[in-house]
Design a protein around this ligand. Structure first.
Ligand code: ZN
Length: 147
């Protein structure tokens, strides 16, 4: 997760409000930021999802404010762990993140079992969508900074 800024400083994990076309607001977007030069970038592994979400908001056309962490389960897990990011070394933090993702996956799979028993297909679809970014992350076992 540790990545360097062009000025040589470590980039730190943070969350930021991103405003798009003065109208669409997405809060709690995971970013890497530099304290020295105010540089920041969306965490590479979330870039596509953020762009997708902005596109959806634009299609809906209304000016809204949403939380990225409510749209993306991996971002939500990461948000919960973010106070630990500066305290742990990068590999320990990645390990904690993977552990927490697996915990969240198990929880969602339990819910999925309930939804299945109730034959509630809308709920099943919703849970599948929530599972997707988590399983993708765990399967790839990728670093968050990787493209
Ligand atoms: Zn910098």
């Amino acid at each position: 997760m540790r990545k360097l800024c062009c000025c040589g400083q470590n980039l730190n994990l943070g969350f930021r409000l991103v405003i798009f076309e003065d109208k669409f607001q997405v809060d709690r977007v995971p970013i890497l930021e530099c304290e020295e030069c105010n540089y920041y970038e969306v965490l590479p592994s979330f870039k596509e999802d953020v762009i997708d979400l902005l596109r959806q908001l634009k299609d809906q056309g209304e000016s809204v404010r949403v939380y990225f962490t409510e749209m993306n389960e991996l971002a939500d897990v990461l948000y919960g762990l973010s106070p630990q990011a500066d305290k742990l070394d990068p590999s320990a933090f990645e390990a904690l993140l993977e552990y927490s993702c697996n915990e969240r996956i198990n929880l969602l799979l339990d819910l999925y079992g309930c939804a299945q028993k109730m034959e509630d297909s809308a709920w099943m679809n919703e849970i599948s969508a929530r599972l997707a970014p988590l399983s993708k992350f765990v399967k790839k076992n990728q670093s968050l900074s990787a493209k």
